[in-house]
Design a protein around this ligand. Structure first.
Ligand SMILES: Nc1ncnc2c1ncn2[C@@H]1O[C@H](COP(=O)(O)OP(=O)(O)OP(=O)(O)O)[C@@H](O)[C@H]1O
Length: 341
């Protein structure tokens, strides 16, 4: 009887999407103890302090409204689902100030380099403005059949040894993703906590370019977990670096502080086939100088090569095809690992 009343009270606690906490599966157990104590166990994917406090208040209020004996003591335990999922050892986010500087190309090739080095790797494409990871891994729309387990857990798709989940899997080719911030955060949270990642040494997160709401909530979300730091990609162009400057400022805000593991200069030069001379299309040493000025570790440089663009369009990570570029990426990846330790 008492149990039913408690359950009814919990069903009156509504969370997002008009679902109550029982329906949403947050309530894991209700224990009625002999000493007039009720213990309620909840499990949440994102038990931020203010959410916890609000829930406890709401539950207490709802139980009181049921006119259940005042003498009853209520204890509410809220556990983080993240504590229950220990499979991911390191999370690294790849960021850029400006779009189009090669962030996804770099994220792709770092992920595949890590596989080549013998690690278990996942890649979470959080770039809602241009989810290009499916194209870069040649994952065709028709092959995306994200089987969901009964408990709502998503299975990632594996390509070139990397387990991938992308926001692009949820939109048709050519269709813009016009979700509002809270929707995006919700989906990304699901990618993080409710995806069958298994055991991973590294989860690479391809962030959207720039700075914004989504970045803030993502970083807060990931920092609850095992976010080891940020890798920034930029060209040496002034506009790109001024945007990176803003991003660095955001990562260094005290309330969301995330370590920056270093910066990579992409498309640093074009090599003349004939003369073997280097042409600094976006300017020479821009990223190197910036890294010194901002006290950032310079992780390495990648030239601008037609083959990088061509293989990327074919959906084949360049590190699998070109030995020189592979060596560059392996060195950059080793530098990133060193920065984590
Ligand atoms: N080093 C390079 N040499 C030649 N082409 C490159 C290089 N790096 C990236 N590209 C090409 O530049 C284009 C943009 O790259 P990419 O999609 O990785 O950028 P991005 O920063 O992730 O963009 P967005 O932020 O808009 O998603 C792609 O066509 C890619 O193949």
């Amino acid at each position: 009887m008492l149990y039913k009343e408690i359950e009814k009270a919990l069903k009156n606690v509504i969370i997002i999407d008009n679902k109550n906490i029982v329906e949403s599966g947050w309530v894991k157990k209700i224990d009625l103890l002999k000493n007039n104590e009720i213990r309620i166990y909840l499990s949440l994917s994102n038990p931020a302090m203010h959410i916890k406090n609000k829930l406890i208040k709401e539950i207490n209020r709802s139980i009181k409204n049921q006119n259940i004996l005042d003498t009853i003591r209520i204890k509410i335990e809220i556990k983080s689902e993240t504590e229950i999922k220990p499979g991911i050892k390191n999370i690294i986010a790849v960021a850029s100030g400006k779009g189009g500087v090669g962030k996804s190309t770099v994220a792709t090739n770092i992920a595949v380099s890590l596989v080549k080095m013998g690690f278990y790797v996942g890649l979470l494409d959080a770039d809602i403005y241009g989810p290009s990871i499916p194209l870069m891994f040649n994952i065709k729309e028709e092959s995306v059949n994200l089987q969901q387990h009964k408990n709502g857990i998503l299975n990632p798709i594996t390509s070139y040894g990397v387990k991938i989940i992308s926001i692009g899997f949820f939109s048709k080719y050519g269709q813009a993703i016009v979700w509002r911030g809270p929707m995006v955060t919700k989906v990304l949270r699901q990618f993080m906590y409710e995806t069958n990642w298994g055991e991973l040494d590294f989860l690479i997160v391809d962030l959207p370019p720039g700075t914004g709401d989504i970045h803030l909530s993502l970083l807060q979300e990931f920092s609850l977990f095992k976010l080891k730091g940020i890798v920034i990609v930029s060209t040496s162009q002034k506009i790109a670096l001024s945007d990176v400057n803003r991003s660095v400022g955001m990562f260094r805000i005290q309330s969301i502080y995330v370590p920056i593991l270093g910066i990579i200069e992409n498309m640093s030069y074009v090599l003349s086939k004939k003369t073997k001379e280097k042409y600094y299309f976006f300017g020479k040493n821009g990223v190197k100088d910036f890294s010194k000025e901002m006290n950032l570790f310079f992780l390495g440089e990648i030239p601008m090569l037609q083959t990088i663009r061509e293989y990327s369009d074919l959906g084949i990570p360049i590190v699998l095809e070109n030995k020189e570029i592979r060596n560059l990426f392996i060195n950059i990846t080793k530098n990133i690992i060193k920065q984590i330790k």
